[in-house]
Unconditional design. Structure first.
Length: 274
C-alpha cells in the first residue's frame, strides 16, 4: 500500500504527540489552563453527552465527565496511543465510570445525528486537513441548540509568519501554514457560518513566552506538520531542507534577546451553537 502525503502527515502527528510523555507539565505549558478556560466557556449540565475530539491526556474530558455526573457521558477520541494511556491512568485514579476513550482518526469516525450536547476540541482543530468538513460533521453530531467549542492560535503565533517567509524564499513558492485557515476571528466566524452554526462567540486570551534559542529549530517533522504535509514537501532535497534550517536559524537569531526569543502563544476560545 502506497503511503500518501496525507498518510505521512498523520503518521508524523502520531509520532510527535506520542513522544510527549509529559504533555500536561511541559515547560511553559498552558495546556491545563486552556482546557479549563474552554470547559468553562460552555454551560455544562448534569446528564449531558459530550464529545471531546483529540482528547489527548484527557485534560478536558475528565473534568467534563465530573461536571455531567453519573447521568451524563463523555466520549474522548484520539489517534495517539501514548496520550490515551496517560488519560486512562488519570481516569482510573479518579474512579470515573462515565467516560469512554476511543483510539481512532476523528476524521473518519461517525456517530448518529444529534448524538451530543457539546463537541469540544482543545488545541487540535488546526491539525485537521479539511476544517470546514470536520465542522460540518460536528454540526451533524450535535443536538439542536448544542455547542461546539474549540481553541486555535492566531495566524501570527508560534513563529508562523517567519516559517512561511523562509519557506517561500527557499522554495520559491508560498505554502499555506497550518494556522492560516482559522487564524483571525473573521476566519473562525466565516467557517462556522459556512458549517451552519449561529450565536458565535470568540474570546481572545493574549499570552506569550521567552524560549531559549536552542528550542527554535525548524525540523523536518515540524515543517511537515506546520504545512499539513503539502505535496511539495515530499519533493524537497536534503540540500533544501538544510537551507531551510540555516535560513530559519539566521532569522531567529536576529530576534534573540538576553531572555531568549519571544514567542506569541495567544489563543482564540471559540464557541457556537447549532
Amino acid at each position: 500500500m502506497v503511503m500518501t502525503d496525507l498518510d505521512s502527515y498523520k503518521q508524523q502527528l502520531k509520532e510527535f504527540y506520542g513522544s510527549r510523555t509529559t504533555y500536561d507539565h511541559e515547560e511553559g505549558t498552558r495546556h491545563p489552563l486552556e482546557a479549563k478556560i474552554l470547559l468553562e466557556f460552555v454551560p455544562l449540565h448534569s446528564g449531558q453527552k459530550i464529545l471531546d475530539v483529540a482528547t489527548g491526556t484527557g485534560l478536558l474530558a475528565i473534568p467534563a465527565a465530573e461536571k455531567v455526573g453519573s447521568q451524563g457521558y463523555v466520549i474522548g477520541i484520539d489517534m495517539t496511543p501514548g496520550m490515551l494511556h496517560q488519560a486512562r491512568l488519570k481516569i482510573a485514579a479518579a474512579k470515573l465510570q462515565n467516560i469512554e476513550l476511543i483510539e481512532a482518526d476523528a476524521e473518519y469516525l461517525n456517530f448518529s445525528d444529534s448524538s451530543f450536547d457539546v463537541v469540544f476540541c482543545c488545541e487540535a482543530i488546526v491539525l485537521f486537513p479539511d476544517i470546514l468538513t470536520i465542522l460540518q460533521k460536528w454540526y451533524r453530531f450535535l443536538k439542536t441548540g448544542g455547542f461546539v467549542a474549540f481553541t486555535c492560535p492566531p495566524e501570527t503565533a508560534y513563529m508562523a509568519s517567519l516559517q512561511q517567509s523562509v519557506c517561500a524564499r527557499v522554495l520559491g513558492v508560498s505554502l499555506l501554514h497550518i494556522l492560516e485557515p482559522l487564524g483571525t476571528p473573521e476566519k473562525c466566524r466565516n467557517l462556522l457560518i459556512q458549517a451552519g452554526f449561529r450565536d458565535i462567540e470568540i474570546k481572545i486570551e493574549p499570552s506569550g513566552r521567552y524560549r531559549p534559542l536552542r528550542d527554535k529549530e525548524l525540523s523536518e517533522i515540524a515543517i511537515n506538520i506546520n504545512f499539513k504535509g503539502n505535496s511539495l514537501l515530499s519533493k524537497l532535497s536534503q540540500e533544501q531542507l538544510n537551507q531551510l534550517q540555516v535560513e530559519y536559524k539566521a532569522e531567529i537569531e536576529k530576534l534573540a534577546t538576553d531572555q531568549g526569543i519571544w514567542e506569541d502563544t495567544t489563543k482564540f476560545f471559540v464557541r457556537a451553537r447549532k
